[in-house]
Design a protein around this ligand. Structure first.
Ligand code: BYC
Length: 332
């Protein structure tokens, strides 16, 4: 299976590596963490910037579909909980941008790449959140899928990314539970509320499966990323785990997973399930999803309207630095 999915061209065997590359790979194989100022292959650095940057953008863009519901949450308590969750996502974005900055790229550079379309963010945030039940489905399925992917990333080989993941995972578990709590309330509510919960599950099931990335046969980066322990599992492995954990939760809620082919496979000890529509996935990541334009224009607006504030912060930091330098000179 591993050999089948090898698409990361240019992957070298230990014998083909330079002494530096070999020493680096041996550290990875011994599960040592790589820290910012240490030597690393250029491809390792670039792959991390791509993955961590995309992850950071996803956290920030991910605030938009949920922020949309803060003013419309049904009770004050739900409003406070949702607000806290949306704020957590901003925090996750910040830890991740900081981790990426240790690799020699600035947060502004990463943001500009997001806005120009040179960098991606998770496909899931290009789907609309139409009803309050969608806040349940996002927490339950989207944060649930995110946790499935991020728990193994706590052991990723790059120190700052791994440490950011530890904190993020703690918060994501709270997010997943708040989503499930909304789903429980809706699924046990009036017939209309149960119908809303089912409709949210119907719309978010396949997009949630897409969050794990293309099937292993089409995943261009997996082989090299796994050799470097940037990724700890293949996309299909994590998707399978997610389905196996989520189906019993849907049954508990009394809801139906919108997949007629879903069946327990005793032999593999997991469910057989339908693949998402991969054409739709590739269209969404090319920028043609239902909300791509809306999401990017919201980020564009925030970026241009925040320019005066960023300039103010830089001017203040420069002034403070020159004041400190002058005080130091005077003291010497
Ligand atoms: N969406 O070779 P592959 C969250 C791209 S946010 C968009 O398998 P890789 C949350 C991929 O980038 C959750 N693009 O790639 C926030 C590559 O294109 P590029 C975000 C996708 O990197 C707020 C191409 O397809 N989590 O939790 O080995 C509220 C080929 O794919 C997607 C992370 O970012 C996608 N779904 O594997 C609530 C986790 N999938 O870059 C929740 C960290 C693939 O060459 N990231 N692509 O142009 C990862 O674990 C990996 O990057 C992925 C993809 C598994 C996502």
């Amino acid at each position: 299976m591993y050999a089948q999915m090898v698409k990361s061209e240019g992957m070298k065997s230990l014998e083909e590596m330079s002494p530096e590359e070999r020493a680096f790979q041996e550290r990875i194989d011994a599960n040592e963490k790589i820290e910012p100022k240490e030597w690393m292959p250029e491809g390792y650095r670039k792959t991390l910037i791509r993955q961590i940057g995309q992850h950071a953008h996803s956290e920030i863009v991910g605030q938009l579909p949920e922020g949309n519901w803060v003013t419309r949450a049904p009770t004050l308590e739900r409003k406070a909980i949702l607000l806290a969750k949306v704020q957590d996502e901003a925090g996750h974005g910040l830890y991740l941008y900081s981790a990426a900055e240790t690799l020699g790229v600035t947060r502004d550079e990463l943001t500009e790449k997001l806005l120009s379309g040179d960098m991606k963010y998770s496909s899931i945030f290009n789907y609309p959140t139409l009803t309050w039940a969608d806040m349940g489905a996002v927490g339950w399925l989207v944060d649930g899928a995110a946790i499935m992917n991020q728990v193994p990333l706590q052991r990723t080989s790059y120190g700052p990314y791994s440490r950011a993941m530890i904190r993020i995972c703690k918060e994501e578990s709270f997010h997943q539970r708040q989503g499930f709590a909304i789903m429980m309330k809706m699924a046990n509510g009036t017939p209309e509320q149960k119908e809303m919960a089912q409709d949210a599950l119907n719309r978010f099931w396949f997009p949630a499966l897409m969050m794990f990335g293309p099937s292993d046969a089409d995943s261009v980066h997996s082989a090299q990323s796994m050799a470097w322990k940037i990724k700890m599992n293949t996309n299909d492995e994590l998707r399978q785990k997610f389905v196996d954990e989520t189906v019993p939760q849907a049954e508990f809620l009394g809801l139906t997973v919108p997949d007629k082919t879903l069946a327990w496979n005793e032999e593999k000890g997991g469910y057989d399930f339908a693949e998402p529509d991969w054409n739709e996935f590739f269209e969404v990541i090319k920028g043609n999803g239902p909300c791509n334009e809306e999401r990017l224009s919201a980020r564009q607006k925030a970026w241009s309207e925040g320019a005066w504030f960023r300039e103010g912060l830089t001017a203040y930091a420069d002034k403070a630095a020159s004041r400190r330098a002058a005080a130091q000179m005077a003291a010497e």
